[in-house]
Write a protein that binds this ligand. Structure first.
Ligand code: NAP
Length: 357
């Protein structure tokens, strides 16, 4: 079977929402490499520190970058940034564990933001394709759900039906946002929606420091949070550069359609400790063993408000598997191993002084 080929020949600009983000940085870089003009929608274009890494990329790569002020919650605020664009990459969505009100902090920006961006696409004749960064979190809610899928392996046919505002609220925000996106895509026929559904994204960022929860999580692997052990929880992982490439392929391969699981390997959290110890030695308190499920069930909710008893029951000691074959066959995506990505990501945290010896 011949590999699908992306066509980057259009001279129209490409809108990237949340361009300051961890994943978006690599998407912007790839677009600039292809000579594209990137319309970078950011919350605060006057914050030069937050966009310096994007300016540096644009200075040395063939494409150009223009900044536009836009907030997911401000109706119509993407209308200027989207002008003339043929492809939209909608990555912006809060990915944080610092949540006091899940509706306000996660669901509103994710869902209303998606409607806002896609509403702008509806009003802009030049738009032909919208790539939405969804997540494997829109495919399953808890690891226990994986057992319900044929072959105990998640596919693009699966939807998260179990997350709620008060349980796995980030996953709830992602599935509600993706549903809203498909509803709006199905209600018109000028632009086509393609979604990328990554598992846990790992690897270095294009900026020295990143706010993505991926980095908080990696920081915890080295700062002693898990020195007593980790819960045995499996999860898919994928290099951030592969996820960015998936977005470009989704945007520029003519026949790209539907959802795409983008995930390279399944591991548990102890794997991260083992990889990092092999590379960085025993200088850091990387996790060395598993915590028994009963212990996490008992003390987890006191140590971490996200580790509720329901969360523990439905995620610890349950295998996780997802089928990434559509991304390889339909997008022609090839994956890199995650181990070097984990090492580079941790090195970046050390260089930024965010993990101390
Ligand atoms: P990130 O670095 O935190 O990026 C999120 C972006 O969303 C930031 O640019 C942020 O802008 C922007 N944003 C948040 N609230 C906004 C608002 N109200 N208005 C405008 N922009 C807003 O996280 P990431 O990991 O790169 O995530 C990017 C996308 O990938 C998200 O859709 C996330 O759900 C998805 N995803 C991530 C993972 C993962 O493991 N990292 C896995 C699957 C899917 P500021 O810079 O101004 O805060």
């Amino acid at each position: 079977m011949s590999q699908p080929t992306p066509d980057y020949s259009s001279t129209a600009p490409v809108l990237v929402t949340g361009a300051t983000g961890y994943l978006a940085g690599w998407i912007v870089k790839r677009l600039l490499e292809e000579g594209k003009t990137v319309h970078a929608a950011v919350r605060d274009p006057s914050n030069k520190q937050k966009i310096a890494h994007l300016d540096d990329m644009a200075a040395s790569l063939p494409g150009d970058i223009k900044y536009f002020k836009a907030d997911l919650l401000d109706e119509g605020s993407f209308d200027e940034a989207i002008q003339g664009c043929d492809v939209v990459m909608h990555t912006a969505s809060p990915f944080t564990s610092e949540v006091t009100d899940p509706q306000k902090d996660l669901v509103d920006p994710a869902v209303r933001g998606t409607r806002n961006v896609l509403g702008a696409a509806n009003r802009t004749d030049s738009v032909k394709r919208v790539v939405v960064t969804s997540s494997c979190a829109a495919i399953y809610g808890d690891a226990v759900d994986v057992a319900q899928s044929p072959g105990q392996t998640l596919t693009e046919d699966d939807w998260n039906t179990t997350s709620r505002l008060d349980h796995q609220s980030y996953s709830f925000s992602k599935v509600e946002a993706e549903k809203a996106a498909w509803e709006m895509a199905d209600a018109q026929d000028r632009w086509k929606l393609v979604t990328i559904n990554p598992s846990l994204i790992v690897g270095p960022g294009t900026a020295k420091t990143q706010t993505s929860e991926s980095f908080n999580f990696m920081k915890q692997a080295g700062d002693g949070t898990f020195k007593m052990g980790v819960p045995k929880m499996e999860i898919g992982m994928v290099d951030v550069r592969d996820v960015a490439e998936a977005h470009l392929l989704a945007g520029f391969i003519e026949n790209a359609e539907g959802r795409h699981i983008v995930s390279k390997e399944t591991h548990d959290f102890l794997f991260i400790g083992e990889v990092l110890r092999k590379k960085f030695g025993d200088k850091y308190p990387f996790p060395k063993g598993y915590l028994p499920k009963w212990m996490v069930w008992l003390i987890g909710p006191m140590a971490n408000k996200a580790l509720t008893r329901e969360m523990v029951a439905k995620n610890i000691n349950h295998p996780w598997a997802a089928d990434n074959s559509k991304s390889k066959e339909k997008l022609g995506l090839s994956y890199q191993p995650v181990e070097p990505a984990l090492e580079k990501m941790f090195q970046q945290l050390l260089d930024a002084g965010l993990v101390k010896k």
